[in-house]
Design a protein around this ligand. Structure first.
Ligand SMILES: C[S@@+](CC[C@H](N)C(=O)[O-])C[C@H]1O[C@@H](n2cnc3c(N)ncnc32)[C@H](O)[C@@H]1O
Length: 332
């Protein structure tokens, strides 16, 4: 096993497993396995719905006694520390054994522990016969507060999917300029702003635009929400997310889907599209190549699934030189 700087642990429902793998592929360039991933990429657990913890590895050893010796030799001196045992796939250490190991480590660190308000949390874990010790960073799930946004509607996307879409679109690069083409009340924008991504929104419906702005303001986030048909947006973006309209309320006929995908493809080379139906033909007709695809079913609703399509501009097809289309951006 190649020892990296970070070890990540994951947690997700069975229905979300494909999405979690897709997200980890775009954040880390590899998929998680057994809900564990080793990487040199540093990601903030709270920017994903599926990353539970990150261990910033300090020491590792195939021999537990040697690991303890390394910790003692380091002469760590810190007040208010806490030690946790991270149980990973395949670790059969019983509860009592885990407690003993916590004591071993606690006694190897100088300073007073604080279990309730720790200044630093260390962790120990075992994976595939190797022992690891490091600093633990947890997903605080403080983004759950967005569930209490002032405005929500039946077409709003699930918050876990929203976070994954941002990560897939941004590819772990906060500098990328992103657009949420059909932003609705701003569910995806909230997650992008929370994680520090650079994303703007657009929606044809003035009422949801106003609500998206109010939702963003409620959490003190600032970004632009344009009340516009996507065909009138002229700015270029590094990537766009499209949560396609999918029922009568938001008008999901074939012409609308074609119009939204083709108009978005004119202002970006990379699209992450969410649909409830097969849109492969629309994707290829828009001159896009499908790089990845996955589906997320709704727990309890076996016949309703959201499909996520990651597409890139087909470089062999002639491109539109510059964006030269009429239109107006409105902040109404
Ligand atoms: C499924 S909803 C998006 C929901 C959004 N992700 C949320 O969580 O609130 C699709 C949205 O597409 C918008 N829409 C439809 N046609 C559009 C167009 N031509 N340009 C921009 N937005 C459009 C609709 O107004 C609707 O709000």
């Amino acid at each position: 096993m190649q020892i990296t700087n970070y070890l990540y642990s994951f947690s997700y429902a069975k229905t979300e497993s494909e999405l979690c793998k897709l997200e980890s592929k775009y954040i880390f360039n590899e998929e998680e396995k057994n809900k564990v991933l080793f990487s040199d990429v540093k990601a903030e657990p709270s920017s994903s719905a599926f990353i539970k913890k990150r261990l910033d590895i300090i020491f590792s050893s195939d021999d537990y006694a040697k690991l303890i010796a390394k910790i003692k030799k380091e002469n760590l001196c810190v007040d208010g520390f806490k030690v946790e045992y991270l149980v990973l796939h395949g670790d059969t250490t019983e509860y009592a054994g885990r407690l003993d190991k916590l004591k071993d480590i606690g006694y190897s660190i100088n300073g007073t522990p604080d279990y309730y308000k720790p200044t630093i949390t260390y962790a120990v874990c075992c994976y595939e016969g190797l022992w690891f010790f490091g600093i633990l960073v947890k997903n605080k799930f403080d983004w759950y507060k967005h569930k209490q946004k002032p405005f929500s509607y039946s077409n709003s996307i699930n918050i876990n999917i929203a976070k994954a879409l941002v990560n897939i679109a941004a590819k772990a690069n906060k500098e990328k300029r992103l657009l949420d083409t059909c932003c609705g009340v701003g569910t995806i924008l909230l997650e992008a702003c929370f994680a520090g991504n650079n994303m703007e929104g657009c929606d044809i419906n003035w009422k949801v635009c106003r609500q998206a702005r109010q939702n963003l303001a409620h959490f003190n986030y600032t970004t632009n929400v344009y009340r516009s048909d996507i065909k009138d947006i002229r700015t270029r973006y590094d990537a766009a997310i499209i949560d396609l309209p999918y029922n009568l309320f938001s008008c999901a006929d074939n012409d609308t889907i074609k119009h939204i995908i083709e108009s978005t493809a004119e202002i970006t080379d990379r699209l992450v599209i969410v649909s409830t139906s097969d849109i492969a033909t629309f994707i290829s007709n828009a001159g896009l190549t499908l790089s990845d695809h996955c589906s997320v079913s709704k727990s309890g609703k076996a016949n309703f699934a959201r499909r996520i399509w990651v597409c890139e501009k087909d470089s062999n097809r002639p491109q539109t030189e510059s964006i030269n289309r009429p239109g107006c951006l409105s902040e109404i």
